[in-house]
Design a protein around this ligand. Sequence first.
Ligand code: ATR
Length: 276
Amino acid sequence: MDRYCVMGNPVDHSKSPWIHARFAELTGEPVEYGKRLVPMDGFEEGLRAFRAEGGKGCNVTVPFKFEAARLADFRSARAALAGACNVLRFEADGIHGENTDGIGLVADLQRNAGISLGGRDVLLVGAGGAAAGVLGPLLEARPRRIVVANRTVEKAQALVQRHAMLANETYADLQACALHAVRGAFDVVLNATATSMAGTGVPVDAAVLKPGALACDMMYGPAAQGFLDWAREHGAVGRDGLGMLVEQAAEAFQFWRGIRPPSAQVLAELRREMER
Ligand code: ATR
């Protein structure tokens, strides 16, 4: 068996072991996947130890994605732009880093939710690690416009600045603004802030939603409920982050094994499992 794991702090509620076990069963790949709680100051040590034990690679979750990008010997263009890695692969020549959060989100929106991002107006709320991980792939899906809105406007401006070249290449209108300064309405509204986790409510006015807009929170489970209720109350279609979770895992599995597992099936199974 080839060994992989998810490293984070906390990591006890991670669904990744369940998801990757199903991917391994369905593809017949000899993959064994565990989870490792890493002390806050012990990521590098934990990573080296898992590699020395024969691990083939790992997922990285909060709060170590930035450190993972620094420790990787090779970073994909996507990981370099995000400045964060959620997937590492150990090879003879070093540690290869990738970021599959954004392509996972885009895959979920386009394949599972059935919307096309091409030509659409997208509002990305937040400018922390979660937003940084998805902005590049969102631009690559060629929306007409993306507005990044954040409580601290300077962080949104810095994120937009870093993606200016990609926005230029993809002919997207990319802007930054403060949460209260968002103008106009959007086809897709993405919540990449920590507000759901903190239970502090939705940080933008409902006027940002076009009728029938897709409103997606990157959280799932009870943490996403407030956002989903808000979306429904204002005529939008709500979506939680469970699909993104499964799709980023499918992309990670492909990064390790060269084969893409049947993610839509596993997402449906995981939803049933969580509703029990
Ligand atoms: P993550 O890696 O989960 O994105 P982060 O980097 O700490 O975590 O970013 C958290 C995001 O949630 C930021 O966009 C943050 O806004 P600031 O950059 O202004 O801090 C946002 N956020 C957290 N609490 C918030 C709140 N109560 N209202 C609005 N935005 C909030």
